[in-house]
Design a protein around this ligand. Structure first.
Ligand SMILES: C/C=C/C(=O)SCCNC(=O)CCNC(=O)[C@H](O)C(C)(C)COP(=O)(O)OP(=O)(O)OC[C@H]1O[C@@H](n2cnc3c(N)ncnc32)[C@H](O)[C@@H]1OP(=O)(O)O
Length: 257
């Protein structure tokens, strides 16, 4: 694998996203998340997975530069649905997956982290769904998962403003379980994972299966609608402006077209 490395320690696979400079989720990286799950699913030496990012960030989201190669709404809907499928597999994965978030988990990066079973964060990390700043909407399940963690009103504020919240605030809002200093984050995440790895894999799988009942059927209707809207929104002039503005490092001017 090119962008995802892992080592196994006392039943814990420590998986590191390594795609500098921002660990942006290219199509290739999303495929590798799926490959990681293939590799560890039937490996009895792995009982828990810790997912974290190398470098400055956990992940700054979908690779915005790759968006310029996408030309049709249908292709964008497919991109969204593919990401949703991998993240859904992660959420249902029979072994616990814990995200350790430092730096930033934005857009698809937060959507990836929200698909893990729980999250530890560094106090100063930035967590947000800033897609509206690009003239887009979240497309990897974020519109459905964020309100389930923080409530509808906070999710609305986060999406409408594109403003991230800090790791400390994320704990307050129920999006993350605990916040640590940058130095303590990974050791604490791994220590918890090692404790969980001592539990019976049978019971862990059953607990994960039961957690799925916390989702309602409307979740699936919601993500289907999200993928459609993601493709439609992508075809707007504002999406092109938002993506271009990011690449040119300037503020976007949205016209409503
Ligand atoms: C379905 C899913 C949709 C999505 O996920 S859409 C994407 C949502 N995510 C975002 O909108 C986040 C965009 N990025 C940022 O806001 C900022 O960046 C950060 C807050 C993460 C970091 O800011 P700073 O510390 O000032 O660094 P920097 O110079 O902006 O970024 C460092 C390098 O990383 C590249 N980069 C950052 N995010 C992305 C991305 N999401 N896709 C592709 N590249 C990205 C930049 O361009 C730059 O690169 P260079 O050094 O070559 O100029």
């Amino acid at each position: 694998m090119e962008f995802l490395r892992w080592t196994v320690e006392e039943g814990v696979a420590i998986a590191t996203i390594q795609r500098p400079p921002a660990n942006a989720l290219s199509r290739g990286l999303i495929l590798e998340v799926n490959e990681l799950l293939n590799a560890v699913e039937h490996d009895d030496t792995v009982r828990v997975i810790v997912l974290h990012g190398d470098g400055r960030f956990f992940s700054a989201g979908a690779d915005i530069k790759e968006f310029t190669d996408v030309s049709s709404g249908a292709e964008f809907t497919k991109l969204s649905a593919n990401g949703q499928d991998v993240f859904e597999r992660l959420e249902k994965f029979p072994k616990p997956v814990i995200a350790g978030i430092h730096g930033a988990a934005l857009g698809g990066g937060l959507e990836l982290a929200m698909s893990c079973h729980f999250r530890y964060v560094s106090e100063k990390a930035k967590l947000g769904l800033p897609e509206l700043q690009l003239g887009l909407i979240p497309g990897f399940g974020g519109t459905q998962r964020l309100p389930r963690y923080v409530g509808v009103a906070k999710a609305a504020e986060m999406m409408f403003t594109s403003d991230p919240i800090t790791g400390t605030e994320a704990v307050k809002w129920g999006l993350a379980n605990a916040a640590f200093s940058d130095e303590e984050l990974l050791p604490q995440t791994i220590a918890t994972a090692k404790r969980i790895a001592k539990k019976s894999p049978v019971t862990l799988k059953a607990a994960i299966d039961m957690l799925q009942f916390a989702k309602h059927t409307s979740f699936y209707e919601g993500v289907e609608a999200e993928a459609q809207a993601f493709g439609t929104v992508f075809m707007s002039a504002d999406a092109k402006e938002g993506i271009q503005a990011f690449i040119e490092k300037r503020e976007p001017t949205f016209t409503g077209k």
